[in-house]
Design a protein around this ligand. Structure first.
Ligand SMILES: Cc1cc2nc3c(=O)[nH]c(=O)nc-3n(C[C@H](O)[C@H](O)[C@H](O)COP(=O)(O)OP(=O)(O)OC[C@H]3O[C@@H](n4cnc5c(N)ncnc54)[C@H](O)[C@@H]3O)c2cc1C
Length: 477
C-alpha cells in the first residue's frame, strides 16, 4: 500500500493534536500532506487521547468559559509556574496566538463544553472538549481526511536523513518493511520521550523504574533523539517533565486521567516512614497538582500515601480504584504497611496544629496549621472522623520537556544557531521552549495547537518557495 504514497509536500511525524493541527493547517494552505503515526489506528493520537481541556487567552466570557482570561494574566500564570524558566518571546507569541485558537480549533470540528466544578477551578481559563480528547482527535482526523490529508498507522519513523540542517527523507517501518519517504518539508510532532524508561534514567537514575507513565507507550523519543543527533539544538533539562501523583495501582502505561488523584488538598500526604514532607494546601489545586509527581519521586521507594477522613470523601472527583478504607488509623497503617505508631504520631501532631477557620475548597481559605513543619497553609481540617481512607501514589509521568529548540515560525534551530532549512516541530517535542519547568493545566494542548498550526502554515510556505526535489517513496530491502 505504501508505494502509492508519493509526491507529498510535507511529512508530518506523529498522530496527536500537534501533528493533526499541523497537517490541517498545511493542507488548508495548499500543501499535500502525509501523516505517519507510529501507533495502530485504535491507539492513534498519543497523549492527546487522554486530554480534557486547553488553556487559551480570551477577552470576554463565552458560551463555555465563565469570564475573560487576558493575555497578561495567562503570561503571569505561566511565568509563576515556570519560575521564569520560559522563552518569554515565544511564550508571549503563543499566548497571543491562543486567542484565535478557540475559533480555529472549532472550525476544524472540535466542540467545547462547560468545565466541571469541584477542585479543578478551571471554568474561566480552560476550554473543555465535548467528549474529551478522543472526541477532539476524531474531529481533527475527520477534517484532515475530508481535506485530503493521508494518514498511515502502524508507521514508526526509525531513521531520518538530514544533511546540513535540511531534511531529505525518513525511514518508516510499516507492514514489516522499511520504506524511505522523501518530502519537501518535515513537521516533527512525535511527542516527548516519557515512555522510554532508559532515557528517563539518564536524568533520574534507577528510581525511574518506579515511575508510571500516564500516557501512550509510543512516545519513546526516537525522532527527538535522531534530530538532536543530527545537530538540532536541544532545549530543556532531562529531568524536567509534567509529573503528577497517580494511583500506585495504575498500569505501567496509558492509565490516563482516571488514575489521577485530586484529593491531596483534603488530607495529608506521608511517605513510607509515615512522615509528611510538603505543604498539601499550598495553593489551589490546578496550580499545584503538577508538583506532586516530583515530590513523590524524591521520597524513599518513590511511594507515598494520601490520607483523609469521611467528611472529605465526596469532595473530589472519584478515580478508577477505590480508596483503602479502615475504621482506625492503626488499621489503616496495617493495610498500607506503614509503621502504625509513627502514623498515629504524625496524625496527632497534624490535628493538634490545625487552627479554627472557615473551610472553603474553592478559595484559599483560612484553615491552616500553626507550628507544624511542613505547614498546611489552606484547607487544613482535623482528620478524626472514621472511616479513614488512603490512596497509595507514585510519580505519574505525563510528558517530558527536553526537546528541540524552535523559533516563532516553529522552525527548528540548529545547534550552530542557524534556522533549519525545512524542519519544523510542534507539541511535546518542543514543549521545553515554553515550559522550562512547572505546569499550569491545559498548556500542553495550547503548545500543540498553536505551534502545530504555525508549523503547518510555515512548512506550506516553505514548500511554495522551496527548491526541493519532488517527493518520492521507495521501498528498501
Ligand atoms: C493522562 C493525560 C492527561 C492529559 N490531560 C491534558 C489536558 O487536559 N490538557 C492539556 O493541555 N494537556 C493534557 N495532557 C498533556 C497532553 O496530552 C500533551 O501535552 C499533548 O497531547 C501533546 O500533543 P502532541 O501531539 O505533542 O503529542 P501526542 O498527542 O502524544 O502525540 C505524539 C504522537 O507521536 C507518535 N509517535 C511517537 N514516536 C513516533 C515515531 N517514531 N514515528 C511515528 N509516530 C510516532 C505517537 O504515536 C503519538 O501519536 C495530558 C496528558 C496525559 C498523559
Amino acid at each position: 500500500m505504501i508505494e502509492r504514497l508519493n509526491g507529498y509536500d510535507i511529512l508530518v511525524i506523529g498522530g496527536g493534536n500537534a501533528a493533526l493541527c499541523a497537517a490541517i493547517s498545511a493542507r488548508r494552505d495548499g500543501a499535500s500532506v502525509l501523516v505517519v503515526e507510529g501507533a495502530p489506528k485504535f491507539y492513534r493520537g498519543g497523549n492527546t487521547r487522554h486530554t480534557r481541556n486547553m488553556r487559551c487567552a480570551h477577552d470576554s466570557a463565552t458560551d463555555t468559559l465563565s469570564g475573560p482570561y487576558y493575555e497578561d494574566e495567562f503570561f503571569e500564570d505561566l511565568w509563576r509556574v515556570t519560575g521564569g524558566n520560559t522563552d518569554e518571546r515565544l511564550a508571549r507569541m503563543m499566548i497571543a496566538e491562543s486567542k484565535d485558537m478557540l475559533n480555529w480549533i472549532a472550525e476544524q470540528g472540535v466542540r467545547f463544553q462547560p468545565s466541571l466544578g469541584g477542585t479543578l477551578s478551571l471554568g474561566r481559563t480552560n476550554s473543555f472538549f465535548l467528549g474529551g480528547g478522543r472526541a477532539m482527535l476524531n474531529a481533527l482526523y475527520r477534517t484532515a481526511h475530508d481535506l485530503g490529508v493521508e494518514v498511515i498507522y502502524d508507521a514508526e519513523v526509525v531513521g531520518l536523513d538530514i544533511a546540513d540542517g535540511r531534511f531529505q527523507a525518513a525511514t518508516v517501518r510499516h507492514g514489516g518493511k522499511d520504506h524511505v519517504i522523501t518530502a519537501k518539508a518535515l513537521v516533527a510532532a512525535s511527542g516527548g520521550f516519557e515512555a522510554n524508561i532508559d532515557w528517563l534514567k539518564v536524568g533520574w537514575g534507577e528510581i525511574a523504574e518506579n515511575f508510571l507513565i500516564r500516557g501512550t507507550p509510543y512516545n519513546r523519543g526516537t525522532v527527538l533523539k535522531m534530530l538532536l543527533d543530527h545537530g538540532v539544538e536541544q532545549i530543556g533539562d532531562p529531568t524536567q517533565c509534567h509529573a503528577v501523583a497517580i494511583d500506585a495501582r495504575a498500569p505501567k502505561y496509558d492509565g490516563g486521567i482516571i488514575t489521577r488523584l485530586d484529593c491531596v488538598v483534603f488530607g495529608i500526604v506521608v511517605n513510607k516512614h509515615a512522615e509528611r514532607f510538603y505543604d498539601e494546601g499550598e495553593d489551589v489545586w490546578p496550580k499545584r497538582y503538577a508538583i506532586w509527581g516530583r515530590l513523590v519521586a524524591a521520597q524513599p521507594d518513590q511511594i507515598a500515601y494520601i490520607i483523609f477522613d469521611a467528611p472529605s470523601l465526596e469532595l473530589f472527583m472519584p478515580s478508577l480504584f477505590p480508596p483503602i478504607k479502615a475504621q482506625s488509623i492503626e488499621e489503616l497503617a496495617q493495610k498500607l504497611n506503614l509503621p502504625a505508631a509513627e502514623l498515629e504520631a504524625t496524625m496527632a501532631q497534624f490535628n493538634a496544629a490545625v487552627q479554627p477557620g472557615t473551610f472553603d475548597h474553592t478559595t484559599l481559605d483560612d484553615c491552616r496549621t500553626e507550628g507544624l513543619t511542613p505547614p498546611k497553609s489552606h484547607w487544613a481540617r482535623r482528620i478524626e472522623t472514621a472511616p479513614f481512607y488512603a490512596y497509595p501514589v507514585r510519580p505519574g509521568i505525563t510528558f517530558t520537556y527536553l526537546g528541540v529548540r524552535v523559533n516563532e515560525q516553529s522552525r527548528m534551530l540548529m545547534a550552530d544557531g542557524r534556522p533549519a532549512d525545512n524542519m519544523f516541530a510542534a507539541g511535546e517535542i518542543m514543549a521545553g521552549n515554553v515550559l522550562g519547568q512547572g505546569y499550569a493545566a491545559g498548556i500542553g494542548m495550547t503548545i500543540g495547537s498553536v505551534f502545530g498550526r504555525i508549523a503547518g502554515r510555515e512548512a506550506a510556505a516553505q514548500v511554495r518557495i522551496g527548491d526541493a526535489a519532488p517527493a518520492t517513496v521507495m521501498e528498501i530491502a
